[in-house]
Unconditional design. Structure first.
Length: 351
């Protein structure tokens, strides 16, 4: 086991078979894997947990991803769109609640043109003074450059799966190569890049997860966001089962940390949808970032990408108090700075 963990701790020597072995390990080896991931996290990222407040500012979406609850064709969703003023005000609140970054997330909503987004970014910069991450889907390079100029620091765009056939089947509007090109464009625009995948999409197996882990690693990401795939009833992929081995969701996060010692890795919200205290567990198995929901309470239930989403009945103050308690119970501290990329500059400009 020790040799396996050592081999997988280097991208140069990790093979798909090694990663599969780790994902399938059992008994005392599981604990050893989690301890190794926690140790790497401690040594490279420290004990700070960075808070990135997420504002789900619009659930309008022009796309039809087969897994997603807010896909355009889902007529059961009540659509909402926060005004630019509301978004900026929410960002200011997020700052007061201790978040050093705000993540602006939405469906692919064309109402938010590059010009409108840039206005929002500039206003948040001036009034809240927090780092800004966008998570608004694919945009052309020209717009990404404008976002950067306006003050956008980072961008989250998951590749969802590295299996291009599967990607094509579940994304009727998207092309795998274009998605990856957009990740390269983000880097060209000078924006820190976050990406990742859903763990346990239907049609995959342990080999798929291993390939997803290795693919994410080769992208040399500043941030890696992954979470369990959860079947949403109002989608073409309704009623798909969870993975039989529930531990594999956590093992995936641990292996990602071994291979990506310097990446920011959030304990994503979907872990709480599936496991009691799921996000806390991920924070002890490789993750170093928490994304408290700071969306105004009245909109939360309308932004259900997957079922059983946590924090829907809470407001931002309650989530913030909850997070402070969680961090303290883990014996960690809340990140003070913006928590920018820990990758060397050579990595950020290499692609
Ligand atoms: N289960 C889990 N994650 C989902 N996402 C969207 N739908 C689901 C689902 N049913 C994730 C996607 C997307 C991110 C914002 O949410 O990975 O990139
Ligand atoms: Fe929202 Fe705990 S983080 S209730």
């Amino acid at each position: 086991m020790k040799n396996l963990i050592e081999r997988v701790s280097s991208e140069a020597t990790a093979t798909e078979a090694d990663v599969v072995s780790l994902l399938e390990c059992g008994g005392a080896d599981v604990k050893a894997l989690y301890e190794a991931a926690d140790c790497v996290r401690h040594d490279t990222m420290g004990d700070e947990i960075f808070l990135r407040g997420i504002i789900e500012f619009s659930n309008h979406c022009r796309k039809s991803c087969d897994y997603c609850g807010i896909r355009g064709p889902n007529r059961t969703v009540t659509r909402y769109r926060m005004t630019p003023e509301e978004i900026v005000e929410t960002a200011c609140q997020a700052k007061q609640l201790g978040n050093t970054t705000v993540v602006l997330q939405s469906g692919e909503d064309p109402w938010f043109t590059a010009e409108r987004m840039c206005g929002i970014i500039r206003a948040i910069r001036q009034q809240a003074g927090v780092a800004i991450t966008l998570s608004i889907g694919e945009r052309p390079l020209g717009e990404l450059v404008q976002f950067k100029e306006a003050g956008c620091d980072r961008y989250l765009l998951r590749f969802e799966t590295s299996d291009r056939d599967l990607f094509g089947r579940i994304h009727p509007d998207d092309d795998f190569d274009e998605r990856i090109q957009c990740l390269h464009d983000l880097r060209r625009a000078g924006i820190q890049v976050g990406s990742g995948f859903m763990i346990g999409l239907p049609g995959g197996d342990t080999g798929t997860i291993a390939r997803d882990i290795l693919f994410a690693t080769r992208l040399e990401l500043d941030m890696i966001g992954c979470g369990p795939y959860l079947s949403h009833p109002e989608t073409p992929l309704s009623a798909r089962p969870l993975l039989e081995d529930r531990e594999i969701y956590f093992k995936t996060m641990a292996v990602l940390r071994l291979l990506n010692p310097r990446a920011h890795i959030p304990a994503t919200t979907a872990f709480d949808a599936l496991f009691e205290g799921g996000r806390d567990l991920v924070l002890t198995r490789g993750a170093n970032v928490f994304m408290p929901n700071v969306t105004p309470r009245k909109f939360r239930a309308l932004y259900q990408l997957y079922p059983n989403k946590p924090c829907v009945d809470e407001d931002s103050g309650q989530c913030s108090a909850c997070v402070v308690g969680r961090v303290a119970r883990l014996g960690r501290t809340i990140g003070k700075g913006p928590g920018h990329s820990r990758r060397g500059p050579e990595k950020n400009s290499s692609q």
